[in-house]
Write a protein that binds this ligand. Structure first.
Ligand SMILES: [Zn+2]
Length: 153
């Protein structure tokens, strides 16, 4: 009998040894296989990481929340966000770490109630990928906004 387990970060349920990381790679695989799906790549990567905040350093998590606000509240494109941030990034002047280290990991001040996860995007299937990733981004935004985790616009 297959056992299931719950992801401690996003709450998705998985069978056997599968994890959210496997779902993340499935989504990347679909994008590689079908390049037009890459139109939501930036949202997919951002949502996956925002729902697994321990992958980030604390400053990286704060930066990611700002990106979500840039994309969803300000309606900026990935190119516009890159242009806005490039003076910092290109000159190596970024003063914070993006990814977690053993003793420094991102976390939310309280557990977040997520309504869609990477597992749901996989279940919805490749044909609905762009639609569901957009819905996923909206849901992550709504959950974080409701928890007071997003900066004011
Ligand atoms: Zn998860």
């Amino acid at each position: 009998m297959a056992t299931t387990h719950i992801c401690p970060e996003c709450g998705a349920e998985h069978a056997g040894d599968l994890t959210c990381h496997d779902d993340f790679y499935q989504l990347l695989y679909w994008e590689a296989e079908d390049p037009p799906l890459g139109v939501v790549h930036h949202l997919m990567v951002l949502c996956y990481h925002l729902q697994h905040p321990s992958l980030y350093a604390p400053e990286g998590l704060a930066n990611a929340k700002g990106l979500l606000v840039d994309f969803l509240d300000r309606g900026l494109t990935p190119e516009q966000v890159r242009a806005k941030n490039s003076p910092l990034v290109d000159s190596g002047k970024r003063t914070f770490k993006i990814t977690a280290t053993a003793d420094s990991r991102g976390a939310y001040s309280q557990p977040i109630r997520w309504t869609l996860t990477a597992a749901d995007v996989v279940r919805a299937g490749k044909d609905r990928y762009v639609e569901i990733v957009n819905a996923w981004a909206q849901s992550v935004h709504a959950s974080l906004r409701a928890s007071g985790e997003l900066p004011a616009v």
